[in-house]
Design a protein around this ligand. Structure first.
Ligand code: PLP
Length: 456
């Protein structure tokens, strides 16, 4: 069988990022101030917790933004990332569809996340900062940022959700190996952490609490800024190297996708692949392109949430954004796809969904692991449980082709490898993996606390 692997030359890496805000007829509305709920239509956002250049990118309407040489130099360690035709999986599924995947598992931390971590570390260094504070759940984002910060001589302080800190030590070890400093959250190092610990010393922590601690740490430590790994415009912008490369590689393959798919927690890897193709849909050259964002049924912001203004974090420290949300107080079930447990979604993706330019769907964890296993047996790669959601969507579309006899072209993003998530596969094999059926009541409860915006 032919090896269908499409590899660009090293100098085939994009030299600019693609900013979809330039092409959206109705871009997402501006953020609101977390306390006053007033429109923040002027950078810098108060408080300026991010490096200035990133705040500029957040509000930019430029279609293409140059990738600094130093950022390109680091990305070249593993980019351009390969694109594969899943020919063996197509055969196993007996589908007439042509399935392609972009493989982001080749980065040192093992996911797409360093694509933005590197850029953020570069701008922080340019601003002569000392370091970053951030939060992490299972450790994918924390490990990507520690890797990047170290390369630019910056410190990295990571607040890691307590339960993961103790139950998932391997990514903590990666962070420490790259020179990061990791504490379980809630910690006794911040007011936010101490307040929670006083009330509940046995708490397992949450991403919302960890965000509050990281923000407080950044604001109270000279030379430190906060770093975020998904959701906001500049992170999605940095991830477009995925789709820009994939467009060239699809051209090498002589194909163009009918359907593009990505799994979505905050939306960054999916947008990274999909937005450069979405440009063709928005400008009318590919009107029939279908874009599918896939989430977990445990945290169904796009499929069951409300499109409304909500805070980005539990403590209401960060800005308010209009997005599909299940509420900033929502605590999702402990599914293995930890990266898909954010209560909201990137505002630009939400605007595209609202305008009928994209679709969303949600899956349970047993079915996605079954799909990931079938993929691993044909293609070899054992993907992250988050990625498995995209694989399930590709599977469903491939099966629809089998039924209709159409040979559509399906492209999905393989956001990361699952070699540190084998416990999920193990539980699946032992048939010890619960599917969480979320009660509508819980979602409604969390939505009661949305901010009251006049005409919102
Ligand atoms: C973090 C993560 C995700 C989810 O984050 P997005 O911002 O939605 O991309 C998906 N896949 C992997 C492998 C991750 O580490």
């Amino acid at each position: 069988m032919t090896q269908y692997k499409y590899v660009l030359e090293e100098n085939g890496m994009p030299t600019y990022w693609y900013n979809i805000l330039a092409d959206m007829k109705k871009p997402p509305p501006f953020y609101l101030h977390p306390a006053t709920l007033e429109v923040m239509d002027d950078p810098p956002m108060p408080p300026p917790v991010f490096p200035m250049e990133l705040i500029k990118q957040e509000f930019s309407k430029e279609r293409f933004i140059e990738i600094p040489d130093e950022v390109q130099d680091v990305l070249k360690m593993w980019r351009p990332a390969p694109l594969y035709r899943a020919a063996r999986w197509e055969k196993a599924l007996d589908t007439p569809a042509r399935i392609y995947y972009k493989w982001e598992g080749v980065s040192p931390p093992g996911s797409h996340k360093p694509n933005t971590a590197i850029a953020q570390a570069y701008y922080a260094k340019e601003e002569k900062l000392e370091g970053f504070a951030t939060e992490t759940g299972a450790g994918q984002w924390g490990s990507a940022l520690c890797f990047a910060a170290n390369l630019f001589g910056l410190k990295c302080k990571v607040f890691m959700v307590t339960i993961s800190y103790h139950q998932k030590p391997y990514r903590r070890v990666m962070m420490e190996t790259w020179g990061g400093s990791v504490v379980p959250s809630p910690s006794s190092e911040t007011n936010a952490g101490r307040a929670i610990l006083e009330k509940d010393p046995e708490t397992t922590g949450s991403l919302g609490i960890a965000i509050s601690e990281a923000l407080e740490y950044a604001m109270t430590h000279e030379g430190f800024k906060y770093s975020l790994g998904s959701v906001v415009n500049f992170v999605l912008l940095h991830q477009t190297v995925i789709g820009l490369e994939a467009k060239k590689q699809m051209e090498m393959a002589g194909d163009y996708p009918d359907i593009v798919i990505g799994c979505a927690g905050g939306g960054s890897n999916a947008a990274g692949l999909i937005f450069p193709f979405m440009q063709d849909k928005l400008n009318g050259s590919q009107p029939n392109l279908r874009a599918i964002f896939v989430e977990s049924t445990a945290c169904p912001s796009m499929t069951r949430g409300t499109y409304a203004y909500d805070w980005g974090d539990t403590a209401k420290t960060g800005p308010v954004a209009k997005m599909h949300t299940v509420g900033h107080g929502f605590i999702p079930a402990p599914v293995h796809a930890g990266g898909l447990r954010y209560h909201g979604m990137a505002p630009s993706i939400c605007a595209l969904l609202d305008q009928g330019q994209a679709e969303a769907r949600a899956y349970h964890q047993n079915i996605i692991l079954q799909a990931a296993e079938s993929f691993a047996r044909a293609e070899g790669f054992i993907v992250a449980p988050e990625t498995a959601h995209a694989i399930q969507a590709a599977y469903d579309e491939a099966m629809a082709c089998k039924e209709s006899g159409e040979s559509k072209v399906i492209l999905f993003n393989a956001s990361g490898h699952g070699l540190l998530d084998l416990a999920a596969y193990d539980a699946f094999h032992r048939q010890d993996l619960p599917d969480y059926e979320l009660e509508q009541e819980k979602i409604e409860q969390a939505l009661v606390e949305l901010p009251q915006i006049p005409n919102g």
